[in-house]
Design a protein around this ligand. Sequence first.
Ligand code: SAM
Length: 194
Amino acid sequence: MNDFTLFLGKFLRHGTKIASIAPSSPALSRLSVSGIDWDTVEGLVELGAGTGPITQAIAERARPDCLVIAIERDPDFCARLRRRFANQPHIRIVEGDVRDLEAILNHHGMNRVRHVISGLPVPSFPRDLRRDLFAAVGRILEPDGTYHQITELPWVYRGLYRRYFNEVRFVFEPRNLPPAGAYFCRGLKTQPGE
Ligand SMILES: C[S@@+](CC[C@H](N)C(=O)[O-])C[C@H]1O[C@@H](n2cnc3c(N)ncnc32)[C@H](O)[C@@H]1O
């Protein structure tokens, strides 16, 4: 079964928990990892890796000594990710929930990262999970680090991310089905307004 068919089937069964009918396009995946200094970055985290289009964009750029933790909750997606990145030991696929973000990182010997790349359906999360997620991101992200978030509803959720971050920049990417984009966020607020 190809990635699209697997993904669409999951969407039809689980709806907002998957939140998209298709994996991100190569163009959206490239955009989501833009602005990273690949010469110096030592580790990063991907949340909600799905079938791995963003993981692939990361794998093409990350040096072999840059530890990449890709977290995904769905076991079928994880099996596919493990097969796909089996020959790249610095790309660690973790089947788990982002609720356990800190514990997962600690288990892999990581404390802080400079970048978090997220494909999570954050707007459809219950509010308490969103708060927990960004509280955990605040504890693992370096103070000047960035949180990158893809979206399929361009611009719509800027306000949501502004409640959590001081700086939110949006970049549109029409080469995706549907047209999409990414938020680039910096400066987590200590007291979010949500
Ligand atoms: C919109 S898809 C994005 C998939 C992939 N990153 C892409 O760009 O094609 C969202 C992914 O987040 C995963 N996900 C949703 N909630 C999660 C959670 N609490 N913990 C870990 N993964 C989660 C879903 O299983 C799904 O694979």
